[in-house]
Ligand binder design. Structure first.
Ligand code: XMP
Length: 316
């Protein structure tokens, strides 16, 4: 019989036994796993933990501030790093999806190493690895690897930390329950998954600061709308895509020639297959109106009605 309070005590004891007086480094992504791990480690080792949040400029509107506001008051020694220029510079002129992922993975390791040296030395690297991750990486190539998912790996020898992975035996639901008891706010605790490369794979083709800015505003309207209408928790994942398609529209007496945004929401158990979410027409109409009224660079909104397979959840 699974008792979260008891598990938390056991995890904390386990971490203390493993790390002793050692210093621990953790990369925070803003997702539920790394955020919960940050809270657990703060309880276990206090200031011996340094949690690093790298802002690559590909995050949702206000996300960095939300993570700071959630973790710092609960005692997490959190360093946020503004690496936006580094990432956007490296991505300039790149339009191939796999190339984007490679560049982001590479720049992430570069940024992470830099911060590890800046705040180090560290003895341990903590990771929010869950039980299904353990199984999946033991299983080798699968449909999940069609797109190269990036994780922290391949660090140089002088950053050869010992790994701390307290969640290795846990499932996502169990981490969410632990998160609740540790005080993680619901907007992070119940958040949909968000890919490591972030909005880079949702601005189709070449990424510019202007396009990222447009997508952030569209995405914010859609995700806030789902929450407002009580539809968020019924979807497994929801996202907005900025397409490179420009089309003709009319606004007042003016002809417009602007971008098309695509909205996508899916339901799934395992993200290997997915159905498009049957969101109410009235909700979609409201989203469409809000987006074209508030984001002037958009004059057309479409909803993706394709399952996975044949489509993937992301558009890149
Ligand atoms: P697809 O698009 O392959 O997505 O149907 C399945 C799930 O994986 C996420 N995804 C990624 N996550 N790095 C990540 O960390 C990636 O490069 C990446 N690509 C896709 C996607 O958001 C969905 O939850």
């Amino acid at each position: 019989d699974w008792n979260a309070e008891h598990i938390i005590d056991e995890l904390i004891e386990g971490v203390r036994a493993q790390v002793g007086d050692g210093r621990v480094l953790l990369a925070i992504s803003g997702g539920v796993d790394s955020s919960t791990l940050g809270l657990l480690l703060a309880r276990a080792v206090g200031e011996k933990l340094t949690a690093v949040f790298i802002d690559h400029g590909l995050l949702r509107l206000g996300e960095r501030e939300q993570v700071e506001a959630a973790l710092r008051p609960l005692g997490v020694n959190l360093v946020t790093v503004d690496a936006r220029e580094q990432f956007l510079g490296a991505l300039a002129g790149v339009s191939d999806p796999e190339q984007k992922r490679k560049i982001i993975g590479r720049e992430f390791i570069r940024a992470f190493e830099r911060e590890a040296r800046e705040y180090g030395p560290f003895d341990f690297l903590a990771q929010g690895t869950l039980y299904p991750d353990v199984i999946e990486s033991a299983g080798g190539e699968g449909a999940a690897n069609i797109k190269s998912h990036h994780n922290v790996g391949g660090l140089p020898d002088d950053l050869a930390f010992k790994l701390v992975e307290p969640f290795r035996t846990l499932f996502k639901d169990e981490v969410r329950e632990i998160a609740r008891l540790l005080g993680l706010p619901d907007h992070i605790r119940m958040r949909h998954p968000f890919p490591g490369p972030g909005l880079a794979i949702r601005v189709l083709g070449e990424i510019t600061p202007e396009k990222l800015d447009i997508l952030k505003r569209v995405d914010d309207i859609f995700i806030s709308g789902l929450r407002e209408f009580g539809l968020y928790d019924g979807c497994s994942q929801a996202l907005a895509v900025l397409t490179p398609i420009q089309s003709v529209g009319v606004m007042g007496d003016e002809r417009t020639y602007s971008y098309t945004a695509a909205l996508r929401a899916v339901t799934t158990d395992d993200f290997m297959t997915a159905e498009w979410a049957r969101l109410p027409y009235d909700f979609l109409a409201t989203m469409s109106n809000r987006i074209v009224n508030q984001v002037h660079e958009i004059n057309r909104v479409v909803y993706d009605i394709t399952g996975k397979p044949p489509a993937t959840i992301e558009w890149e």
